[in-house]
Design a protein around this ligand. Structure first.
Ligand SMILES: [Zn+2]
Ligand SMILES: [Zn+2]
Length: 248
C-alpha cells in the first residue's frame, strides 16, 4: 500500500461527556469532521467509550476513519488518552476503568451523558460519574492499555495545561509512565512545548482540538504520513520509521 497524508484530530468528545455540547451526536461529529477536511478522528470521552461504536459506524458509512478510545482521568487528576484498534480490547478496558471509577452523575451539576446510536437515536444515559477521577495512577492506566491483545496507543493529554495534565499535576513526566506521544493543546505550538517543557523533547508530539462542540472539531490537527489510520501505522509515523512521519 502507498503512503498518504492523513489529517487527524485524535481528541474529540461526544455528547456522552458531561461537559460536551449535546450537538456532539455521532452523526454530527462525523459530519463536522468531514466539513473540516479531516481523514481521521479519535473519539475519547471522559472515562467511557459508550458512543465509540456508533461514531465508528457513522464514520464507516461516510468515509471517515475513526479510532476508538477514552480519555481516562488518573488518580493524580491527569488526563491520559488511550486508543485501541480492536473494539473488544476497548470494551474490556472500559470495564476495567468502570471498576475503578466511583460515584454517579449529577445531571443538574455536570450535564447529561447521552448514549446514542449511529443514526443519532438516544439509546440511554450513562449514570456513572464520568467527570470524576479513577483510583488508578497514570502508570497503571497506561500499563493496562498496553495489555490489550491488539494494538493500543497511549498519549498524555494536553501536557502544557496547568489543570488535568500530567505535568500540571506532578511537574514532570514520570519515567515509568510509558507513552507513545504527548499531546500539546490548542494554546501552544509543538516548538513552544519543547522550549517550555524540555521533558517533552523525549516524546513524539501530536496536537488535537479537545473538541466539546462541533465548531471546535479539527481546530487543531496532526498530519500523519502513513498507509492508513491504524494504530500500527500511527505508531510508525510517531517514531518516524519506514518513511512515515507525524507533523503538527
Ligand atoms: Zn482532558
Ligand atoms: Zn478531552
Amino acid at each position: 500500500m502507498a503512503l498518504r497524508r492523513i489529517k487527524a484530530d485524535l481528541h474529540v468528545h461526544t455528547c456522552l461527556s458531561p461537559c460536551s455540547s449535546l450537538d456532539m451526536s455521532p452523526r454530527e461529529v462525523v459530519s463536522a469532521a468531514l466539513r473540516k477536511g479531516l481523514d481521521l478522528i479519535g473519539v475519547c470521552d471522559h472515562n467511557s467509550a459508550e458512543n465509540v461504536l456508533a461514531v465508528k459506524k457513522a464514520g464507516r458509512r461516510n468515509g471517515l476513519m475513526v479510532l476508538g478510545g477514552m480519555e481516562v482521568s488518573s488518580s493524580e487528576e491527569a488526563h491520559i488518552l488511550t486508543f485501541f484498534d480492536d473494539d473488544d480490547d476497548l470494551l474490556d478496558f472500559q470495564d476495567f476503568i468502570y471498576r475503578h471509577l466511583a460515584g454517579s452523575n449529577d445531571e443538574h451539576s455536570f450535564g447529561l451523558q447521552v448514549i446514542a446510536d449511529d443514526e443519532d437515536g438516544v439509546t440511554g444515559f450513562c449514570d456513572r460519574l464520568l467527570i470524576g477521577a479513577t483510583s488508578l495512577p497514570a502508570e497503571a492506566i497506561a500499563a493496562r492499555a498496553r495489555q490489550a491483545k491488539g494494538e493500543s496507543l497511549v498519549i498524555a493529554a494536553h501536557v502544557d495545561r496547568e489543570s488535568f495534565s500530567i505535568i500540571g499535576q506532578l511537574g514532570f513526566i514520570p519515567p515509568t509512565l510509558v507513552l507513545d506521544a504527548v499531546e500539546v493543546s490548542a494554546h501552544m505550538s509543538a516548538a513552544g512545548l519543547k522550549e517550555r517543557f524540555p521533558d517533552c523533547r523525549k516524546y513524539p508530539i501530536i496536537t488535537g482540538s479537545d473538541a466539546h462542540g462541533p465548531e471546535d472539531i479539527g481546530k487543531r490537527f496532526t498530519w500523519f504520513t502513513s498507509e492508513d489510520g491504524s494504530i500500527a501505522e500511527i505508531k510508525k509515523a510517531l517514531s518516524n520509521s519506514n518513511n512515515r512521519k507525524a507533523e503538527c
